[in-house]
Unconditional design. Sequence first.
Length: 97
Amino acid sequence: MNKTLVAEFTAREGAEADIARLILEYAKEVREEDGNLAFEVYTKATQPRAYWIFEAYRDEAAFQAHLKAPYGGPFNAALAPLIEEDASVLTFLDPVT
């Protein structure tokens, strides 16, 4: 079963360009992971500093491999001071069958 989630965070005022650069570089790396099915980055139309990232992985093992990727820690460390939240807020999703 696929592992699917949404990650959300809000850019601090003035950090928008830095976050856009960071997240787009990170997205390229994540999309190359063997088990990644989707990593789509959006901002909310009515709140351009509010980011919404849709992620899907082949299965739990692929998601765990993603969490252990060597570029994840540095990305999160660089992101943390640029966002309003303490960290990305993750919401895990289940398909409706």
